[in-house]
Structures are given as structure tokens and as C-alpha cells.
Design a protein around this ligand. Structure first.
Ligand code: ATP
Ligand code: MG
Length: 234
């Protein structure tokens, strides 16, 4: 479970996260909100890329904010980026090994990389350079990196952005398997509310850095406040 308490992020006079308190416990939770609502900023705080000026975050009771990004990876935190971050000069397997090298003893790395490649269906391109992959394959590499080792919390920043419906369906099925197969909790940002509805039993809605709604996804998406914030987007 992720417990966020009184979190404040400030850049100059702007507060992209403004006194956010929320608890997320579902196997797959959604994080939605209009552009600039603070979604990526929240992921940056959880993964250690950004330091809040106030607040507390725990993952399954363990305080997170005191840990460096690498310590968080070792504690089971994984993330993907809104703009995919596949290393072009490394092979696909090498991209996954870059995580394994940090979190697993040498003898366990090869197997962990193979298992993750199999999970995301990239075994056949494992030896190809990252730079030769199409967008869907790159998004799968990002997901593969997230399941290497023993993930406890996987943060996905618009993992389906730019994908076709069919590709996004494949990604959705893989994400839904993660809690049972890896024992990890997943938090997904996406603008496609139908994708969020299909994956996430609970959803947090941010607007101007504040919590607009949190609860079962269908209830949240039906709420007039949430629909107003989206101005007819769905
Ligand atoms: N490093 C930064 N310095 C100053 N302002 C920033 C910085 N990073 C983000 N912001 C501002 O914080 C606010 C929240 O941005 P954030 O990227 O978290 O939004 P988002 O909800 O992920 O939006 P999108 O759906 O467009 O990805 C925005 O107003 C943004 O301009
Ligand atoms: Mg964002």
C-alpha cells in the first residue's frame, strides 16, 4: 500500500502537488487528471527524482522519502517514463540487465532477464539494439525493466501513449497479470479513461496538484466534479 501524507512540491511560487493526502491499496490503481495536474510530478516524488518540501510517503509501511532513487529500486520500486527511455546502443536484453545488475546477485541476473523478456514477449528481439525497436516494443522494454528483480511497486507514466488499440490491449493484459505473478502493486497514469476503467479497481484524480477524487474507478469517473475537470473529454 502507498500512503501519501500532506505532500507538497513547490517550484518557485507554483505548487504542482499541494497538500496531497491519499492511500492507494488496489492491485492496479489509476492516476488521472488534466494536463499539468501533477501526475508525473507525483511519480517523480515516489521514485526519488524530486524532493517535496513537506510530507511523508510510505510503501507497505516503509518510509520512502529518505531513500535515494537507487535505494528505492533496491526496495522494489520501478517506473516507466512518459517519453520512453530505452537505451538505443544497448541490446534489449542489455536494457533489462541494467536493472538486474543493480538489484540482483550476479548468478540470478541472466535468469531474471530471460524471464522478464518472456513476460513481455520480446525474447525474439533480445539481442537486437534498443535503437531498432518500434514504439510498441520500446513500451514493452520499459515494462520488462519494471518486472526485473522483485518489484513491489511499479509506476507507469502513460505506458500506452501512441499505441494502437490492439497494442494497448496487449499491454493492458500484461499489466493486469503483474500483481498475481510478481506480487507487485501497480500505479498507472493514462489519459485514456477507458483503459483506466478496464485496468484499475481504484483511481485517484488530481487537479491543480490536489486530490479531486479517490475511490472505485466507476464511481470516480461518474462524479460530476471529475467530469467537469475533464471538460467533456469523456
Ligand atoms: N521542473 C519543473 N519546474 C517548474 N515547473 C514544473 C516542473 N515540472 C513540472 N512543472 C509544472 O508542474 C505542473 C505539473 O506538471 P506534471 O508534469 O506533473 O503534470 P502531468 O499531470 O503529468 O501532465 P501531463 O498529463 O501533461 O503529463 C505543471 O504546471 C508543470 O508545468
Ligand atoms: Mg505527465
Amino acid at each position: 500500500m502507498i500512503a501519501i501524507e500532506n505532500l507538497v512540491v513547490q517550484f518557485g511560487g507554483v505548487r504542482p502537488i499541494d497538500r496531497l493526502t491519499a492511500q492507494l491499496a488496489a492491485p492496479v490503481s489509476g492516476l488521472i487528471g488534466p494536463n499539468g495536474a501533477g501526475k508525473t510530478t507525483l511519480l517523480n516524488v515516489l521514485s526519488g527524482f524530486l524532493r517535496p518540501i513537506e510530507g511523508k510517503v510510505t510503501l507497505n509501511g516503509q518510509a520512502l522519502l529518505e531513500l535515494s532513487p537507487l535505494q528505492r529500486v533496491r526496495a522494489g520500486l520501478r517506473r516507466s517514463f512518459q517519453t520512453e527511455q530505452v537505451v538505443e546502443d544497448l541490446t534489449v536484453a542489455g536494457n533489462l540487465a541494467a536493472i538486474a545488475d543493480h538489484v540482483l546477485p550476479a548468478r540470478a541476473r541472466l535468469h531474471a532477464v530471460s524471464a522478464a523478456l518472456e513476460f513481455v514477449r520480446l525474447v525474439s528481439v533480445g539481442a537486437r539494439p534498443g535503437g531498432s525497436l518500434n514504439l510498441f516494443q520500446r513500451r514493452l522494454v520499459e515494462l520488462g525493466k519494471c518486472v526485473v528483480g522483485a518489484p513491489k511497486l511499479i509506476l507507469l507514466d502513460e505506458p500506452a501513449a501512441g499505441l494502437s488499440n490492439e497494442e494497448s490491449g496487449v499491454l493492458r493484459e500484461l499489466i493486469l497479470r503483474i500483481p498475481a505473478e510478481y506480487g507487485a502493486q501497480v500505479l498507472v497514469i493514462d489519459h485514456d479513461v477507458e483503459l483506466i476503467r478496464a485496468m484499475c479497481t481504484e483511481t485517484l484524480v488530481l487537479d491543480y496538484g490536489r486530490m479531486l477524487a479517490l475511490g472505485p474507478t466507476d464511481d470516480v469517473l461518474a462524479s460530476p466534479d471529475v467530469r467537469r475537470a475533464y471538460l467533456g473529454e469523456f
